[in-house]
Design a protein around this ligand. Structure first.
Ligand SMILES: Cc1cc2nc3c(=O)[nH]c(=O)nc-3n(C[C@H](O)[C@H](O)[C@H](O)COP(=O)(O)OP(=O)(O)OC[C@H]3O[C@@H](n4cnc5c(N)ncnc54)[C@H](O)[C@@H]3O)c2cc1C
Ligand SMILES: *[C@@H]1O[C@H](CO)[C@@H](O)[C@H](O)[C@H]1NC(C)=O
Ligand SMILES: *[C@@H]1O[C@H](CO)[C@@H](O)[C@H](O)[C@H]1NC(C)=O
Ligand SMILES: *[C@@H]1O[C@H](CO)[C@@H](O)[C@H](O)[C@H]1NC(C)=O
Ligand SMILES: *[C@@H]1O[C@H](CO)[C@@H](O)[C@H](O)[C@H]1NC(C)=O
Length: 748
């Protein structure tokens, strides 16, 4: 089986290798003269002045010149004219001037009865000083030719493999685009009439396509690559695990790089440059290959890093998904750079080079420093550093990345522009992203540049009591953001005007001047806390300030085309869910059943949002469940006590029957009852698995359920695992197309 596989691979590889070799041989027709030159390079001649310039001395030597022309006559006779012309131009470029354009002149100098046929690869022969015309054996010539040919041949592979990565990326992007277009049409079709879902009895449940889809969603599309953690990090907080689809993409990419790094080298013992040293040949080629592959990878590295990115626009991938690939490309390109540097260093040491000699060369020193800056970027981007000192991480990241690019420009200066294009591609991608950022800021906030305060910031309670900050930003032009959109906010009148943080748009309203963008955030330790402090310092509950907005980013999840929608939020993740709540409550024909489950620990926070953003007037037709988890010792009644009476008051009957009024207070406000909104506040944790199973069991016929979640990592991972488990073809499990899980995490 394995032998057959290898044979098949070899059979497939052979024509490719032959094709490559054909390209090379056509490209280097007339390279035969180099074979002759390499052979003569091994020998000493009595009339060569070794203290003079290499080519000048050989051009002046009768024995060397007659031997060279005789070699061309013997081994390159099929292609003599071209070879002689190449030989001449080579001597002209490197020597003091052209040789005689007429080879006959050298033939006339040759004593044909006094030519020695010798083995130029023999150490004994190489020690002799020759005073006559000599010729190596056919085997010598073949070896010398192969020695020379291997450089252009390997270079063809180097570049072919480099482009191979782009072909891979192109294929992945194409799949992403097709997926996106298909998804769009299928949602449009389904959105047309949810009622039809009942009619379409699940007749084709057993079809191969449906089964495949179920299998795909259960085993590939949904779960984490291994174990159950995806949003939570593993390995003491240092690593994150991709989903399985992402892992497949990463695996293919890494495997391809690995194969490309070590494939298709021709090393042989009789190589004339490194006789008997196949290791030196190999590492010399690997050094070139890894250097080139690393360069080819750089534009990919940048392409996966930008906020404004053609890749994202084409495929609709999430920024966090692209960020995952950004990290993997970075790891691969850095390892390649390290191998490139190490292999060249080892190679130079084999040739008795010293460190001082090496560092004296600009390309060498800049190359080493570029490898160092690239290598530093990896540990400095580990998750704990990003979590603890995000701004420090970001500044170092930008500085080191820019330094790497500059150093690399100097590193490849000796290649006279051959490799500059890859660096310019990185510069271009970077500049494009920045430019679009400024255009976005300019469009949305240009009036703020004119010194106008465009933002009202409110703090609901006091600093540090779990209170929320609400920002209402007046945009300079009208904008129509879709649910799920997020913006980066800058505070230009602060000590760090460049600092910007992403926030999901909770809601928006058109005004005469533009659009009012409403953000809601829970202050953390950094910039968000500074804003909260600023409001608190203003003495009242609100203050005016200037905020620049950059956006919108992110993608809409088409939850509205499902018959059932389950929105799950944890803590401040509620902001991400709010736009969907408004969309679904407002939609003329909203899905049959929409449930919002919000797990929150802080009673202040919960009641604040419930009396404003989630007030019954905003949640028509939606079942709202709030779970007050007990970590902070808060209970359902703590939340209800803080709510205004018209929204809710403790329902005594329910608490009486429960015996303990804090256990599970069920409440429906008078106002809420009118428009069909219900609100229940529970004490204790919401169990994600039970929630998913309960809603999956509600599905009838061909009905489908969309689950959208935003919250802490553990909560998201629980839902993801529960959804994967819910799929199946057995009794009690659901079809692959019956549940769709969408996730918005506050981080990457
Ligand atoms: C797409 C997206 C949407 C978000 N929407 C909201 C929202 O609507 N409401 C809300 O309360 N929070 C939201 N967040 C989280 C919010 O961006 C962070 O809480 C905020 O950046 C923390 O700022 P800080 O300086 O106070 O952070 P710190 O206290 O320094 O750090 C807190 C955490 O935030 C992370 N963080 C800090 N700066 C950034 C940044 N620029 N980009 C990404 N992560 C960062 C850190 O790694 C750390 O884990 C969202 C995050 C993302 C990625
Ligand atoms: C050899 O070349 C050197 C340097 O060009 C020159 O000084 C010297 O005279 C030459 N020797 C002979 C024997 O021509
Ligand atoms: C050519 O070589 C032969 C054999 O070494 C020698 O006898 C003869 O003199 C040489 N002829 C010339 C013109 O040098
Ligand atoms: C060729 O001549 C040099 C002196 O010019 C001499 O040292 C050498 O031994 C000669 N080579 C042979 C093979 O006779
Ligand atoms: C909310 O959280 C803050 C800080 O985390 C705490 O001081 C406050 O007591 C909490 N409030 C309630 C009601 O749990």
């Amino acid at each position: 089986m394995r032998a057959a596989l290898i044979a098949a691979l070899a059979a497939a590889a052979a024509p490719l290798a032959r094709a490559a070799e054909n390209i090379v041989t056509t490209k280097v027709r007339g390279i035969g003269y180099l074979g002759c030159q390499v052979m003569l390079q091994q020998l000493k001649f009595g009339d060569v002045n070794e203290t003079a310039d290499y080519f000048a001395a050989r051009q002046a030597s009768k024995y060397w010149m007659t031997s060279a022309v005789y070699c061309l006559d013997t081994y390159c006779k099929n292609n003599f004219e071209e070879n002689y012309a190449q030989f001449n131009s080579n001597m002209y470029i490197y020597g003091p001037g052209p040789i005689n354009p007429d080879p006959q002149v050298y033939r006339d100098m040759t004593n044909y009865s006094d030519i020695r046929k010798i083995d130029v690869q023999s150490k004994r022969v190489q020690a002799i000083i020759w005073n006559q015309t000599v010729i190596g054996t056919q085997l010598n010539f073949d070896n010398a030719y192969r020695t020379q040919l291997d450089f252009p041949l390997t270079e063809v592979y180097d570049h072919a493999f480099g482009w191979g990565l782009y072909v891979l990326l192109g294929a992945i992007v194409l799949v992403g685009m097709v997926n996106r277009v298909l998804g769009y049409f299928s949602h449009r079709a389904q959105a047309a009439d949810p009622e039809d879902a009942y009619a379409a009895v699940a007749a084709d449940d057993a079809s191969i396509g449906a089964r495949l889809n179920t299998w795909y969603r259960k085993h590939i599309g949904t779960p984490a690559a291994f174990g159950y953690r995806h949003n939570q990090s593993v390995g003491w907080g240092w690593l994150s695990v991709p989903t399985r689809v992402q892992a497949i993409g990463v695996f293919v990419y890494v495997a391809l790089n690995f194969i490309f790094t070590f494939a298709a080298y021709d090393t042989f013992t009789d190589n004339l440059f490194y006789p008997g040293r196949r290791d030196m040949q190999l590492w010399r080629y690997v050094a070139d290959r890894t250097g080139i592959m690393s360069f080819w990878n750089l534009p990919l590295l940048w392409a996966f890093a930008g906020r404004n990115d053609i890749l994202i626009w084409l495929t609709g991938w999430s920024y966090s998904g692209c960020n995952l690939f950004h990290r993997w490309v970075a790891r691969v390109a850095t390892i390649q750079a390290i191998i490139h540097s190490a292999a060249y260093t080892w190679f130079e040491i084999q040739q008795e080079g010293t460190m001082a000699d090496m560092f004296a060369e600009q390309y060498w020193a800049t190359g080493v420093f570029a490898t160092v800056t690239m290598s530093l970027l990896i540990p400095l981007s580990f998750k704990p550093i990003r979590a603890k000192v995000y701004e420090v991480f970001l500044i170092l990241h930008i500085v080191l990345a820019a330094a790497t690019l500059v150093l690399l420009f100097y590193h490849v200066k000796v290649m006279e522009g051959t490799y500059d294009a890859w660096l310019w591609a990185c510069v271009g991608i970077w500049a494009f992203d920045r430019l679009v950022r400024y255009i976005r800021i300019g469009a949305l906030s240009y009036k703020a540049f004119l010194g106008k305060k465009n933002t009202v910031a409110r703090l609901s309670g006091s600093l540090d009591d779990g209170s929320l900050v609400r920002l209402t930003v007046q945009s300079s032009i009208k904008t129509k953001p879709a649910p799920g959109a997020y913006y980066f906010l800058y505070t230009p009148r602060s000590l760090t005007p460049w600092e910007n943080h992403p926030f999901t748009l909770a809601s928006s309203e058109d005004t005469a001047e533009g659009t009012q963008l409403n953000f809601l955030f829970a202050p953390q330790a950094g910039a968000t806390r500074k804003i909260a402090k600023r409001i608190a310092a203003a003495g009242s509950s609100s203050t005016e300030m200037t905020v620049l907005v950059e956006g919108p980013y992110g993608q809409v999840h088409p939850v509205g085309s499902y018959e059932h929608v389950l929105l799950v939020a944890g803590g401040s993740g509620i902001t991400s869910v709010l736009p969907y709540v408004y969309q679904l409550a407002r939609a003329p024909r909203h899905p049959r059943k929409v449930t919002l489950v919000w797990a929150v620990r802080n009673a202040t926070y919960a009641s604040d949002v419930l009396s404003h953003e989630l007030a019954p007037a905003n949640t028509a037709g939606i079942d709202v469940h709030v779970h007050v988890s007990r970590e902070d010792g808060a209970t359902a009644s703590d939340v209800i006590d803080r709510l205004p009476g018209h929204i809710a008051s403790l329902d005594d009957t329910s608490s009486d029957t429960a015996g303990d009024k804090d256990k599970d207070a069920a409440l429906v406000s008078k106002e809420a009852g009118k428009n069909g909104a219900t609100l229940r506040v529970h004490s204790g944790r919401a169990v994600m698995r039970a929630l998913v199973d309960y809603h999956a069991a509600q599905l009838l016929g061909a009905e489908r359920l969309a689950i959208l979640a935003c919250g802490p990592g553990a909560m998201l991972d629980d839902i993801r695992a529960a959804v994967a488990d819910a799929y199946g073809t057995e009794e009690g499990k659901v079809r692959g197309d019956a549940i769709r899980y969408y996730e918005d995490a506050f981080g990457w």
